[in-house]
Design a protein. Structure first.
Length: 413
């Protein structure tokens, strides 16, 4: 048994520079496939020593599963999006108010209000152009239901499985999800990040919010939580994405197919976050590499980033500018954009790629986008497998429940 100690929630919110670790802190990870590591420390010396193994395996989980019997709640955590045009303003304000996502320091709230007021009308028009709102809630709810139905068959010992959705910036918000859990009498839940690649700004933000909600709504911690935080190279996920990439490549003339560029496009991050050592960049690259490896490296490929906001430096290269540069090169045959960090269609795919980028390129007929995962049977299989592996992970069962009850995320803030 790994013995652990944890910090109170207030300590989790402290600002710290990289390497500025508290004397007593525990962060326990369990994982499968490419790397596995445990970061368990009661002193600065032990933590630094343990930190050296941090990239040993491909994706990690905080876990506290002391019992393997059902029922089990599976909570899909994601950024979310407004289901109606009218919800756009509130969505944007919550998004820009999140210092984990876009850090503005002491000016967070005033700047969030200012940026929202300037942008919401434009974004409302974008949502109108893609059908009157984001489809992410619809897809997420259906994905969860389908994955849990499959889980009941794959892992009957922890059945029945019931899905819930917790969005960071749009309904159903985390507190709304938690209220439903309490009404349903849930005793065990898995927080399943729908960000395949871990980032301080997305995954950690969602878990920090969950921790705040637990402190407020369930201080006795009547629900036992475990966490699935990353899965950038899970075989079924990679296989599904690779199939969708190949389908788009095959839509080009046969003689041109091997020269089509594959652009893996992910949501960008402010460089202030990247420069703190966020693993997101490495994990996006790992996903892209795994997909191309699955395809036998049949085509040239690049990793690019989209959805930059404001004047501060953001992670690049920008997807749109990369396409414009490629178009000017001799022998350009076309490009397939792959939304590698998104699990459903939403405004970044349906508007930013499908509409905005097409309007900016000179040869839109040579720009194709790999279909989003949405309700693809391969992705539903991947979801069910990831949860099943998490539930049956013997190493996870050895981690004390306190590690999952209070996961510490802010040591690199």
């Amino acid at each position: 048994m790994i013995r652990t100690s944890t910090l109170p929630l207030e300590a989790n919110r402290e600002e710290r520079l990289p390497g500025d670790y508290p004397n007593r802190i525990t962060v326990a990870f369990t994982a499968q496939y490419d790397y596995k590591f445990a970061l368990v420390s009661n002193s600065i010396k032990n933590m630094i020593r343990a930190k050296q193994s941090i990239f040993a395996r491909a994706f990690a989980r905080y876990a506290s599963t002391s019992s393997k019997s059902g029922p089990t709640a599976v909570v899909l955590m994601n950024m979310g999006g407004p289901s109606t045009v009218e919800g756009t303003r509130d969505f944007l304000y919550r998004l820009f108010s999140d210092g984990d996502l876009i850090p503005f320091g002491r000016f967070q709230k005033p700047l969030a209000k200012f940026i929202t007021a300037r942008r919401y009308k434009t974004i409302e028009e974008h949502y109108k152009e893609i059908g009157g709102g984001s489809p992410i809630r619809k897809f997420s709810e259906q994905q969860g239901e389908m994955a849990c139905e499959l889980l009941d068959k794959l892992n009957p010992d922890t059945a029945p499985h019931k899905s819930y959705v917790a969005f960071r910036y749009a309904p159903p918000l985390t507190d709304e999800m938690y209220e439903q859990l309490l009404k349903d009498g849930v005793k065990r839940a898995i927080a399943f990040s729908q960000y395949p690649q871990y980032s301080f700004s997305t995954t950690r933000s969602s878990v920090n919010e969950l921790e705040r909600v637990i402190e407020r709504m369930d201080p006795e911690r009547t629900i036992e939580w475990s966490y699935i935080l990353r899965w950038p190279t899970h075989p079924s996920f990679i296989k599904t994405v690779a199939r969708k990439v190949q389908q788009e490549i095959e839509k080009f003339p046969e003689a041109d197919q091997k020269d089509v560029m594959v652009l893996f496009s992910a949501h960008s991050l402010p460089m202030t976050i990247v420069n703190k050592g966020d693993p997101y960049v490495a994990e996006v690259s790992a996903s892209a590499y795994a997909v191309m490896q699955s395809l036998g490296f049949s085509n040239p490929y690049r990793c690019t980033y989209q959805s930059q906001v404001g004047p501060q430096p953001w992670l690049g290269a920008q997807t749109q500018k990369a396409i414009q540069t490629l178009e000017k090169q001799p022998g350009y045959k076309g490009v397939v954009v792959v939304p590698i960090a998104f699990t459903t269609d939403h405004i970044e795919t349906l508007h930013e790629i499908d509409i905005e980028m097409r309007e900016e390129v000179t040869k839109p007929e040579l720009l194709r986008r790999a279909e989003s995962l949405n309700l693809d049977a391969g992705y539903i299989q991947a979801m069910a497998e990831i949860v099943k592996e998490h539930l049956n992970d013997d190493d996870a069962a050895q981690v004390a429940s306190g590690a999952a009850a209070r996961p510490v995320f802010n040591v690199l803030n």
